[in-house]
Design a binder for this molecule. Structure first.
Ligand code: SF4
Ligand code: SF4
Length: 217
């Protein structure tokens, strides 16, 4: 069953979540809110590695980039017995993923049945929305729609960039600068672009209330 969505404009709930996400990203750790469904480890995603991570994690070269490629069924090769076998050393990309970004952005992941983890991620997203009383964030939702529809991004990237944009717009300047420094150091071009997108899209220009229940991309 899909929770009825309530669109909130800068709710205290979202403010606390943004602050929590900022701390986790800056400290290179998870927020501890993951419910461990392992959906994101089974959904066929390619995990990009930094040069430092590539030295300690077995990987595949994709052009000039080092990456962990999923097995044919979409499972990460390091997921063994339904747990991450390199948990203490897992890549930053895994540490930074939090499906609440998709939940607060009103997103669901398109499920064509070919990637076994997608249904599990959508169920976790649904649970997060339910726990938040159905609240999703109006600005994050509008940004996520823009990223999905105008720029053809998938829900994972769109939700992450909506988070980055919301953090950089709403958190104090010092926190925004720390975020810029963090992403520049890791050469995360997309996230740095997300910060710019927030600057170019002031709240007045983001359509309020433009939300479709269970939007997928
Ligand atoms: S989909 Fe969400 S709840 Fe499930 S493992 Fe990934 S981050 Fe955790
Ligand atoms: S490295 Fe670990 S946390 Fe990352 S996708 Fe693979 S199993 Fe999941």
């Amino acid at each position: 069953m899909t929770t009825e969505l309530k669109v909130a404009y800068r709710s205290p709930l979202t403010a606390a979540y943004l602050d929590e996400r900022w701390r986790a990203i800056i400290n290179g750790e998870s927020t501890g809110r993951c419910e461990g469904c392992t959906g994101c480890c089974r959904a066929g995603y390619v995990i990009g590695l930094s040069a430092k991570e590539a030295k300690r994690i077995p990987h595949t070269k994709v052009g000039v980039r080092a990456a962990i490629l999923p097995l044919p069924d979409g499972t990460c090769p390091f997921l063994i017995d339904n747990a991450c076998s390199i948990y203490a050393h897992r890549p930053q990309q895994c540490r930074e993923f939090d499906c609440r970004d998709q939940a607060f952005s009103g997103l669901r992941i398109t499920d064509d049945g070919s990637r076994q983890g997608v249904a599990a991620i959508n169920e976790s997203i649904e649970r997060h929305v339910e726990q938040a009383g159905g609240v999703v964030d109006v600005e994050m939702t509008a940004l996520a729609q823009k990223f999905c529809r105008d720029e053809g991004m998938g829900a994972i990237s769109a939700g992450n960039l909506a988070l980055v944009a919301a953090m950089s717009e709403r958190l104090p300047r010092a926190k925004k600068m720390a975020l810029v420094k963090h992403y520049r150091a890791r050469a995360c071009k997309e996230q740095t672009e997300g910060i710019k997108a927030a600057e170019n899209l002031p709240a007045a220009r983001i359509g309020r209330g433009e939300i479709e229940e269970g939007q997928t991309c």
